[in-house]
Design a protein around this ligand. Structure first.
Ligand SMILES: [Fe+2]
Length: 337
């Protein structure tokens, strides 16, 4: 609870402590933000009129920081001014209380927001389980080390460069980590096979997008992630899997992730190929765009990002020359990455 008036802090402290809550009181916005950076907090009560930083500004900072944006904030205002409410809504406050604070109203609002926070925490735990599972699958294969993190970062950067809305960028960030989670159902003998995959191996490998979609489907917050997982191996000309979608039938987020996925696979050494340089990789992808596999507009924007250095796409090229390892289909050797 942040309030510059000691009497108000004591009042809130007393009311909430008597109900069994652990209360931390601070005299200003700075101290509130410092406290949030070091202590896990379930709910924040902010006085609006504080010196240096107003409650609105503190609230805005809390809601802008991804580490604290899910913590509910109640603004406490002396004014029942409409403008104040509008400011509060703009700063993304979850609720309001008007001074003098009514005890029952305070407890009711705190109680309902804590319930909401509890549900959000559970959801976060479910996401954490999925991310851990996805990383453990990645960890099986030393060649793909760091692939999920790079995909997450670069897909989000490309999505943002293309002007996608915030929720789709968040979906891309999550999909970067979990897109291959369905590989849990692919036996290691296929997943880690150093040579060519047989047609039976491919049948199994090609099931991973649909299986991944099923694993993540129960999570409502993954609604926009599911189509990316399902369609990250589709090709524009309809020759991809699992649905053989064509052109814009493939969700734009999936087309974005695919471009970054292919780039990362090509610039990384795999058991079946060496790493290509950035220049070689972009050339190969350009040929594949011409073949009708990848979205030309998204590829061009991505190539621009690579050239501008806006995203730190370091090549993990092992050799400046050479055309890589055994071909497993397509223009260059490649497995379902
Ligand atoms: Fe994949």
């Amino acid at each position: 609870m942040a309030d510059d008036e000691p009497a108000n802090r004591d009042l809130f402290d007393e009311l909430l402590t008597s109900q069994g809550f652990n209360v931390i009181t601070v005299p200003d916005g700075d101290s509130a933000l410092k406290c949030l950076s070091t202590t896990p907090v379930d709910l924040v009560l902010l006085d609006v009129m504080m010196p240096r930083m107003s409650g609105f500004e503190v609230c805005d900072k809390i809601k802008t920081n991804p580490d604290t944006d899910l913590i509910p904030v109640i603004l406490v205002t002396a004014l029942s001014d409409k403008q104040d409410r509008i400011e509060g809504i703009k700063s993304r406050a979850d609720d309001f209380l008007t001074k003098p604070v009514d005890r029952n109203e305070l407890l009711a609002r705190v109680g309902s927001l804590l319930k909401l926070k509890h549900r959000t925490d559970e959801l976060e735990r479910a996401e954490t389980v999925l991310f851990t599972l996805a990383r453990s699958i990645e960890g099986k294969d030393p060649y793909t080390h760091g692939h999920c993190e790079r995909l997450s970062e670069y897909s989000a950067a490309l999505g943002s460069h293309l002007g996608l809305p915030e929720d789709e960028i968040t979906a891309l960030r999550r999909a970067g980590v979990v897109h291959d989670i369905g590989k849990i159902a692919v036996p290691d003998a296929i997943l880690l096979k150093p040579g060519k995959l047989t047609s039976d191996d491919w049948k199994v490998m090609k099931e991973h997008p649909a299986i991944g979609e099923r694993i993540c489907a129960p999570l409502k917050s993954f609604r926009l992630v599911l189509p990316i997982i399902r369609h990250h191996h589709e090709k524009l000309d309809g020759s991809g899997y699992p649905n053989g979608l064509r052109g814009e039938e493939i969700p734009i987020t999936a087309r974005i992730l695919t471009i970054v996925d292919i780039y990362d696979a090509l610039t990384t050494a795999r058991p079946y190929k060496t790493a290509f340089s950035v220049t070689q990789t972009l050339e190969i992808m350009k040929e594949e765009v011409a073949r009708g596999w990848w979205d030309p507009r998204i590829f061009m924007q991505f190539a621009q990002l690579v050239h501008s250095g806006a995203v730190n796409l370091r090549s993990r090229a092992a050799a400046a020359s050479g055309d890589g390892g055994a071909s497993t289909g397509g223009i260059v050797g490649r497995k379902g990455s």
